[in-house]
Ligand binder design. Structure first.
Ligand code: SF4
Length: 233
């Protein structure tokens, strides 16, 4: 995998709809195209597109063990509605046991290093396992989600995971995402109606006020570092 391949895919799919791009990738990289979902609004759009078009793309989620009940609810509803398997990756039990024994269950509030340690065990390590051996990683990233994401491309080479990322909703606005979900009756996380926009683990996510940055509710006690290591941008 490389930046050259990302650029070539960008050229080859020029003018394609999202569904056409997904179908093209599924065919070109048979059995090696994966989509990671955390059941957020963008992910639910992509999930609906993959499922309703019956595209042979593996869908997986990372269950950190610290998710909101509302996230499990939308996970359950999504399974029932689309009847398509969602693979689940859990953190390694021994690593979680050791972390809690050494630092307690809420060590992430104590320092950025501790927070990153928890994110590594619960998210990055399972993600590494999920992406291993695959060629294309479909994400729900949008440019307006954060400053870091403004410069993303539709196809990006992720050197850390040595994989091509495809970000089909890159240019979509939040309004477009919400309209699609409403129009297509796609299950949504109930927390979105309570001011939660970007939803991660329960102890590390809060609702945001009107006008606040979309990712202000993630690790709100930190002044920066609004990423968890899954996405470098
Ligand atoms: Fe741990 Fe919070 Fe990161 Fe979840 S978001 S893995 S609870 S530090």
């Amino acid at each position: 995998m490389s930046t050259t391949i990302a650029n070539t895919l960008s050229e080859k799919t020029k003018g394609f709809s999202i569904e056409e791009s997904l179908a093209f990738l599924a065919n070109e990289y048979k059995g090696k195209v994966v989509f990671s979902t955390s059941f957020g609004q963008e992910d639910q759009v992509i999930k609906a597109l993959i499922s309703t078009n019956e595209l042979p793309i593996t869908i997986f989620t990372l269950d950190t063990g610290r998710l909101f009940q509302e996230t499990y609810d939308v996970f359950h509803k999504t399974l029932k509605k689309y009847k398509k398997e969602i693979k689940v990756y859990f953190p390694e039990a021994t690593a979680v046991e050791k972390l809690l024994e050494a630092k307690g269950p809420n060590s992430f509030y104590d320092s950025v290093e501790n927070r990153k340690e928890c994110c590594f065990i619960r998210k990055v390590a399972p993600l590494t396992k999920a992406l291993k051996g695959n060629a294309i990683w479909i994400t729900g990233l949008r440019a307006e989600q954060s400053e870091n994401r403004h410069n993303l491309d539709l196809f990006e080479y992720d050197a850390h995971f040595d994989i091509i990322k495809f970000n089909p909703l890159l240019k979509w606005t939040l309004k477009e995402v919400e309209d699609y979900l409403e129009k297509n009756n796609v299950p949504q996380n109930a927390l979105h109606k309570q001011g939660f926009v970007s939803i991660g683990c329960a102890p590390c996510t809060r609702a945001i006020a009107e006008g606040e940055d979309i990712r202000a509710g993630r690790w709100w006690w930190e002044s920066s570092h609004k990423e968890c290591g899954l996405h470098q941008k």
